[in-house]
Design a protein around this ligand. Structure first.
Ligand SMILES: Cc1cc2nc3c(=O)[nH]c(=O)nc-3n(C[C@H](O)[C@H](O)[C@H](O)COP(=O)(O)OP(=O)(O)OC[C@H]3O[C@@H](n4cnc5c(N)ncnc54)[C@H](O)[C@@H]3O)c2cc1C
Length: 397
């Protein structure tokens, strides 16, 4: 038996510190995120600004940052558990945590220059900075190697000048930096012509226009127009050696962590949906008994829980592989694919258990449905994950 096959079934118990973290976060969610308030935030498309600093004060933002740069040392299992717990009340606190610990902490840890690591990582570990992702464009969704946003160097080489149009840039309204993928060499071959640039959204030449959308309404997602945005060369991710290295930065270990993060959100919200339906079915009475006593509802709930359990195993197995430094790109893609598609089935079944109330704004279920419907699309669609898995497993095309 190969080593990978032996190790693949080796994960088991949750470390004590992760269990303790869950207790802390459950208290945080109950105290700071009551259901009624969260429904208001969803209607208003925002998270109150004081929520994230309160979360950061728990010391959770350093879980993706090495100790040498002020973090607790990378702990992806803990990071996934944090997201899962926060998602008991939807994407609101989890979204902001991800903009800090993943978009910021993981990307700078993996791809930043030494100077960027020293400057940014301690602040990210304290929860003082958040990043937004500037990948998608009006003409570019899954095919990110085709981005048209252009970065060039000024004649004296001291400045970066960025022109282009980013779409769906979630958090451009609150972020300290947009982590922006741009074409840096129109003559170089595909995959060797991209760079990442850190763009402060308040830099001259940046204009932001929010897009209305139905899911993940912890903040706005926006069109970001970039017109002759001038930045110091220090804003090139990875420093000088980072020029034209955007593709390897995008598809490296940071992408595995990104797949885990979005899968954790999906799992956390699906779990909230199952718990809500489970409770509702025992409280709602029809035909003289709780509806959970009717076999059709009973079976629906048990199927949902069983699928949820499969999702949990996929997610935490991939997180465990990543945390133990083992190759996990295939498993992370499989988890993203399986959990996103399964969560849609789970939430639609749970919504039906609530009958009319599954469509009412007075319950969280309709928000769970809206959030989960988007999961097979965002963060690399299910079709793209299938392509990745087939390629990685060497399936002849
Ligand atoms: C709420 C929200 C927040 C978002 N936040 C961000 C963000 O912060 N930053 C950011 O950069 N982007 C963000 N996005 C964009 C998101 O990542 C993209 O929607 C996603 O990458 C898919 O791109 P697309 O919608 O343009 O679909 P397309 O790439 O146009 O694909 C459309 C359909 O065709 C399929 N398809 C495309 N190519 C293939 C292929 N080769 N094989 C098989 N099927 C294929 C896709 O799977 C999909 O079903 C966000 C989107 C939403 C809705």
């Amino acid at each position: 038996m190969g080593q990978e096959a032996r190790e693949a079934v080796d994960f088991a118990e949750e470390p004590d510190h992760v269990t303790a973290l869950r207790d802390t976060l459950r208290r945080f969610v109950e105290q700071e995120m009551p259901r009624e308030r969260v429904r208001e935030w969803d209607r208003e498309h925002r998270t109150p600004p004081e929520l994230f600093p309160k979360l950061a004060a728990l010391g959770v933002c350093g879980v993706t940052v090495d100790e040498a740069y002020g973090g607790q040392g990378r702990d992806l299992v803990a990071a996934v558990a944090i997201i899962e717990e926060l998602c008991r009340r939807g994407s609101f606190a989890a979204g902001h945590f991800i903009h800090c610990a993943f978009y910021g902490g993981i990307n700078i840890s993996e791809n930043g220059s030494e100077q960027q690591k020293r400057e940014l990582l301690p602040r990210l570990a304290r929860g003082e900075l958040r990043f937004a992702y500037g990948l998608s464009e009006p003409e570019v969704g899954g095919d990110l190697a085709s981005v048209r946003t252009r970065v060039r160097r000024s004649d004296d080489g001291a400045k970066l000048i960025v022109n282009g149009f980013k779409r769906w840039c979630t958090g451009a309204d609150f972020a300290d930096y947009i982590y922006c993928l741009a074409c840096s060499d129109t003559d170089a071959p595909r995959y060797q012509n991209l760079s990442f640039v850190l763009i402060p959204p308040n830099a001259p030449g940046v204009t932001i226009h929010p897009i209305d959308h139905m899911n993940l309404r912890y903040t706005l997602s926006s069109d970001v127009i970039l017109e002759d945005v001038e930045l110091p060369i220090e804003n090139l991710v990875g420093g000088e050696p980072g020029w034209n290295q955007g593709w390897p930065m995008l598809i490296g270990p940071a992408l595995d962590a990104e797949k885990l993060e979005i899968t954790a959100v999906t799992f956390g919200i699906a779990q909230a949906a199952v718990e809500d339906a489970w409770q509702y079915a025992q409280e709602r009475r029809q035909f003289g008994r709780p509806i959970s006593g009717h076999q059709a509802v009973r079976h629906t709930l048990v199927e949902a829980r069983t699928r949820l359990q499969a999702c949990r195993h996929m997610l935490y197995h991939a997180a465990w592989l990543a945390q133990s430094g083992r190759p996990c790109s295939t498993e992370a893609s499989m988890a993203k694919l399986f959990v996103a598609d399964t969560a849609v089935e789970i939430v639609l079944a749970c919504q039906r258990v609530l009958g009319a109330y599954g469509l009412s704004e007075g319950y969280d279920m309709e928000r769970h449905v809206r959030d989960l419907l988007g999961m097979p699309i965002v963060g690399g669609s299910s079709e793209m994950q299938k392509n990745n898995i087939a390629n990685r497993l060497g399936l002849a095309s």
